[in-house]
Design a protein around this ligand. Sequence first.
Ligand SMILES: Nc1ncnc2c1ncn2[C@@H]1O[C@H](COP(=O)(O)OP(=O)(O)O)[C@@H](O)[C@H]1O
Ligand SMILES: [Mg+2]
Length: 364
Amino acid sequence: MKNEKLIFGVMSGTSLDGIDVVLIKIGNKNIKLIDFAHKPYSNKLANALLLIQKPIHNDLELSIELGLLHAQTTASMINTMLKKLNIYPKKVCCIGYHGQTIRHQPSKKFSVQIGNAHMLAEKTNIAVVADFRNRDIVAGGQGAPLVPSFHQKVFSSRTKNRVIINVGGISNLTYLKIGDKLIGFDCGPGNLLLDYWVQKNKNKNYDDKGKWASTGNIIPNLLIEFMKEPFFQKKPPKSTGRDLFNSCWLEKFDHKKESPEDVQRTLLELTAISIKLAIVRYCNEVDEIFICGGGSKNIFLKNRLEQLTTQKINNTEELGIPSQSVEAVAFGWLANERLNNIPNNSPEITGSSGKRILGITHPA
Ligand SMILES: Nc1ncnc2c1ncn2[C@@H]1O[C@H](COP(=O)(O)OP(=O)(O)O)[C@@H](O)[C@H]1O
Ligand SMILES: [Mg+2]
């Protein structure tokens, strides 16, 4: 059909689980998901990415090499999808390529996503839009979260005030109140501390469905100490990442004598309580809550969120976009806005001094 565009969206989030690729069709009125692929990072690559995120580790050349590897892997995922669907690259308008964040320091005026957009354009013969965050940051914003305006576009309702919770490595929420301004910000750690702790103690990448956490008990004093972290009290605009919530953050607390499953249960409670607090403080009159991101598969966490909010929480799949694809679709949409020269940041969310067009275009 005329006016319909094929676009790829690519996302690699703070959890360091891997690369998500979606192919979407954007029409005048709707966005349709055509295909989704996920490639987990090998343990070797995830460890290298983790290492380079540590503030003391500042290896410029390694970050460039990892960026090239990220682009090559992404290109091969995209080319495989094109072949499978029998689509020529020329038919695709662009790729919205987020890259892998290795530093996010808006107060120092930068956020670094590695991933080589030149290589991705070269290997796919498709234009690439990348580097979405830095223009917003130099305009005084957080450069994050960038997905709330997309949530508004695809998930808002005329009759219900909706909250969208995205539980990735970090958790963020969007409040879509009818007739009111858009609200969105990072709530705190989503999965990344849970992942770190289960990797350390059980040698598993994540706690499947939250089963291990469910065998533990909350350690009240530890939870109180966790919650003293100033980020939780900070008013939006606010964003965070591994720069703050990382292994050092967790290891500075006194939990050596506690059983590992109790620590896991307490970390899960931290994720749940920080989301609940964010809803209580900034989202009045909530009618419906939807969840997306890998954390939506943590059944124990989802149940706990339902208890704390006394609301049934549905998956964004019910609104037409599967929870694992939402962020990648969002970056496809943001790329399309960029190509249309439509300002695609939300100053009310990020705190930047005005509307800006985010994303750098690399021609096919
Ligand atoms: N079956 C599952 N049970 C519990 N947690 C899961 C499951 N599947 C995925 N996850 C969690 O979701 C995370 C990935 O979520 P994702 O939304 O991709 O985050 P990010 O955008 O930060 O990469 C994993 O690191 C893991 O913690
Ligand atoms: Mg991910």
